[in-house]
Design a protein around this ligand. Structure first.
Ligand SMILES: N[C@@H](CCC(=O)N[C@@H](CS)C(=O)NCC(=O)O)C(=O)O
Length: 255
């Protein structure tokens, strides 16, 4: 038991604040405007990239706050803004502070999207869009990160015996694969914010060997397609200037 608690604490550190990456540099302000109403408190390579990417797709101004190369320092800044729920993304929008990337994206789209990056509510694509917007965190990230944590501690999770089989990381990616074999984007016919939501957990699943992505060619093709978008590349240049840093430890392949 003690071993498990110790491992969980170690993992929380790996996933968030303690990376052993060099000394803190001054806060990188990749702001497009000093007067932006949106400030994004960011950790390089983490979910806050979704908000930067969204803003780049929409062409709306934002102020980006993080300490380059220093995840612990960036997290310290986040703690000052959101002490009870220090996570990335945290944003300040006007005079309100908000967490939860999906909700932040919906807010920005509702107020500033002017109908972009989401199908019309009356479109047959709208239910798909909503499903994947929520699936990204609710089903996909939850399973993938849960399975990853268990696998780090005790190897690949075993299915319980007795006939009841839990949905696992392969299952949640397979569902995405099936959808993408019939639709070009998670929002149906057009690229949308649902694609922005889905990329982080898909990259986590494949990049850390939680799921063998070679079994899911439509997902891999979609990954390449979204990562080639100019707005995604712009996001990388401002929000991940030194590539992925402080990545959690990958699982052994085919573990
Ligand atoms: N469901 C949340 C998850 C936020 C979250 O857990 N972010 C990670 C970075 S990707 C984090 O800040 N982790 C810090 C920790 O768990 O201590 C969202 O989508 O915004």
């Amino acid at each position: 038991m003690l071993r498990h608690i110790g491992s969980a604490v170690l993992l929380a550190a790996l996933l968030s604040v303690s990376t052993g990456v060099g000394a803190a540099e001054s806060t990188a302000a990749a702001a497009k405007s000093g007067t932006a109403k949106l400030t994004i408190y960011h950790l390089e390579g983490r979910r806050s990239e979704r908000i930067v990417w969204l803003c780049e797709e929409l062409g709306i101004p934002y102020q980006l706050e993080f300490k380059r190369g220093d995840l612990a320092g960036s997290m310290q800044t986040i703690r000052t803004v959101s002490p009870l729920m220090p996570v990335a993304p945290t944003v300040r929008y006007g005079d309100q502070v908000m967490v939860e990337s999906g909700a932040i994206i919906e807010l920005i789209l509702a107020r500033e999207g002017e109908g972009r990056l989401a199908p019309a509510v009356t479109s047959p694509d709208y239910p798909y869009y909503l499903q994947w917007m929520h699936y990204a965190e609710g089903s996909l990230a939850a399973r993938v990160i849960g399975d990853y944590r268990v696998a780090l501690i005790q190897g690949k999770p075993k299915q319980p015996t007795g006939g009841y089989r839990l949905v696992n990381s392969e299952d949640v990616v397979r569902f995405a694969e099936d959808f993408l074999s019939k639709h070009p984007w998670f929002g149906g016919k057009e690229f949308s914010a649902a694609d922005i939501m889905m990329l982080f957990p898909i990259n986590f699943a494949g990049g850390l060997n939680v799921v063998d992505m070679s079994a899911f060619p439509h997902v891999v093709a979609w990954q390449k397609k979204v990562e080639s978008r100019p707005a995604y590349k712009k996001m990388l240049s401002v929000a991940r200037p030194d590539g992925l840093i402080g990545s959690p430890q990958a699982l052994p392949k085919n573990n």
